[in-house]
Design a binder for this molecule. Sequence first.
Ligand SMILES: Cc1cc2nc3c(=O)[nH]c(=O)nc-3n(C[C@H](O)[C@H](O)[C@H](O)COP(=O)(O)O)c2cc1C
Length: 205
Amino acid sequence: MFYKPSEPHGLRHNPFKALIAPRPIGWISSLDEEGGVNLAPFSFFNAMADNPPIVALGINGNHPEGGAKDTLRNIERTGEFVCNMVTYNLRDGMNATSALVPRAVNEFELAGLTPTPSELVKPPRVLESSAHLECVYWKTLDLPSNDPNHKNSMLLGEVIGIHISDDILTDGMVDMTKYQPLARLGYMDYCYVNNAFSLNRPGED
Ligand SMILES: Cc1cc2nc3c(=O)[nH]c(=O)nc-3n(C[C@H](O)[C@H](O)[C@H](O)COP(=O)(O)O)c2cc1C
């Protein structure tokens, strides 16, 4: 089949996100200007560069109370955030923090997660996560939107500090069978990595 995204696709659900799968999940902790804590998952998330390491977040739509989602608003105002990496064992806690709740709600408390201090930025980390990226805000790109009431934004940040639990290392390498990162597929589906294989690039044997 072929379809233009601007026209009906004729399928039961929009297939777009199922095609760009799996997508890693950035579980983003941030602070508002009064120090209120926020935590929310984003699967429009990925690494964009590694020297220095840069991450991107796609933050789309509004907060139920109006204006930008807390994550975008907080990071633009306070300049810092943490990407807490989501693993299979944290799937329910991660999902709980995506609830549409008032701005004042601390999603760490909502989901029964443990905040622990970061090294270089003010937002706390999720203690239960096996890896964390401490980030400083770089810039936001306003993306096209077909709905004037629905803003699409791409937020970019530089990673200035990285935590890795010893529990996911084997011989100095991140061991995917221990790490088991969770990823978003299409629809309501997820997967997680529990095996890996190697493939050398041409000339790199
Ligand atoms: C697995 C998962 C992935 C999500 N990915 C995104 C995303 O990439 N962009 C987005 O705007 N919302 C995404 N959401 C929804 C947000 O988590 C949700 O809107 C949340 O309430 C935003 O919180 P905030 O207002 O505290 O920033 C996702 C939800 C789940 C469960």
